[in-house]
Design a protein around this ligand. Structure first.
Ligand code: NDP
Ligand code: MG
Length: 381
């Protein structure tokens, strides 16, 4: 089990669940961070006594500074602050639980300064997969997947001596809250309905992504980079029960899967304790009397997944454009400015209209991201 931890995004859904594990195993927290939720962050600082805390928002950072004057914690701000805590030397692992592509630079800072990363922030790999993989390789650092499907694949790959023996990775998908609904029903979906996932309690962005099935598409890209495998070998099966978290199909016909109750503390803890398995705070799985069902995703829910497959096949700036358009469209939907069904339309339109180029470094990613957000900002909604 790790001893020293940095958490990026400690006030979110993954961050809070990670702190349950911190409590159980008495892990030393070196740094915590939030975007603007300083009330929760202050409580966390008082409980876990980190050396550093980052508040992304400058004004909120000053407010927090005055609230914790009685403590020795150093308050940092912005992306520079996140990168600084991601590269703290005494750290055993950095948990990246930020939401959105803002997580890319801190991931690169962590890996580049010799720290391993427990990665929940899938957008990091969607926009910067090659850059991140190269950075980990050059610095001999590791990425432990926290996303439940990728942790399941990671576990199902233990003992695989040669990638050539993998026939397919099979990612499971719950189908989200709108499974079985017609296109017509989807047009009138409200943000509260999209946020109400049947099996998982998650932050707002990923909840909407699950409802559009963009989440599964982003996970196909994430898996392609994490496991260095072609998109054509990554299949998706709808599995409403969220018990089989993903599988690996081998060339000899064997399929190895990981099963557990749907509780993110299991994959987070595995990233912290790898290769050991320690008692969990989550419930144990009782399969008696349970049925497990699987089927192919219906066409009506496959649009966003297909856009993701197209983006990774095209390569270059295409996945960055897809991600930025999706982040902006989800934001507009949550603000009530666009309909649920317009999310995929906006992503598609950005992928058709924003100019594409090769990605040779970090700045290219930032440029493609910026151009796409500007494009979405100009769409008449
Ligand atoms: P939340 O929205 O619940 O939490 C996000 C965290 O990051 C919060 O601490 C938030 O601070 C902070 N944050 C958000 N935006 C910024 C920003 N621009 N700058 C700095 N900090 C920021 O997200 P989740 O915990 O649900 O998800 C985190 C990541 O994990 C996502 O990439 C998601 O796809 C992935 N993931 C999540 C799962 C889940 O079960 N929740 C499952 C699998 C993957 P504040 O609270 O102040 O807003
Ligand atoms: Mg997942």
């Amino acid at each position: 089990m790790i001893k020293n931890l940095v958490i990026l995004g400690s006030t979110g859904s993954i961050g809070l669940q990670a702190l349950d594990i911190v409590r159980k195993f008495n892990i030393n927290v070196l740094a915590l961070s939030a975007k603007s939720n300083i009330n929760l962050l202050e409580n966390q600082i008082r409980e876990f006594k980190p050396e550093y805390a980052v508040v992304f928002n400058d004004e909120k950072a000053y407010e927090l500074q005055s609230k914790v004057r009685d403590l020795s914690v150093k308050i940092l701000t912005g992306l520079d602050g996140l990168c600084e805590i991601a590269s703290i030397k005494e750290c055993d692992i950095v948990l990246n639980a930020l939401s959105g592509m803002i997580g890319l630079k801190p991931t690169l800072s962590a890996l580049g300064s010799g720290n391993d990363v427990a990665l929940a922030n899938k957008e990091t790999l969607v926009v910067g997969g090659e850059l991140v993989a190269d950075c980990a390789k050059k610095n001999n650092t590791k990425i432990f997947p926290v996303d439940s499907e990728h942790c399941a694949v990671f576990q199902s790959l233990q003992g695989c001596p040669d990638k050539g023996q993998i026939k397919n990775l099979i990612l499971t998908a719950s189908g989200g809250p709108f499974f079985g609904k017609s296109q017509k029903d989807l047009e009138n979906v409200m943000p509260e309905q999209a946020l109400n996932h049947p099996n998982w309690r998650m932050g707002p962005k990923i909840s909407v992504d699950s409802a559009t099935m963009m989440n599964k598409g982003l996970e196909i890209i994430e898996a392609a980079y994490l496991f260095d495998i072609g998109e054509d070998k990554i299949k998706v099966l709808i599995h409403r029960e969220s018990i089989v978290h993903s599988m690996v199909e081998y060339t000899d016909g064997s399929v190895i899967a990981q099963l557990a109750v749907p509780d993110m503390r299991i994959p987070i803890q595995y990233a912290f304790s790898y290769p050991d398995r320690l008692e969990s705070c989550a419930n144990f799985l009782n399969l008696a009397g349970k049925s497990l069902t699987f089927h192919k995703p219906e066409d009506s829910l496959s649009e966003c997944m297909n856009l993701c497959r197209r983006a990774i096949r095209m390569g270059g700036s295409e996945p960055v454009i897809l991600n930025a358009a999706n982040e902006e469209a989800v934001r507009l939907f949550l603000k009530g400015k666009i309909r649920f069904t317009e999310i995929s339309q906006i992503v598609k339109s950005a992928m058709m209209s924003v100019s594409k180029f090769e990605i040779t470094g970090f700045d290219d990613i930032i440029n493609a991201d910026k151009a796409t957000r500007e494009y979405v900002g100009k769409i008449d909604v």
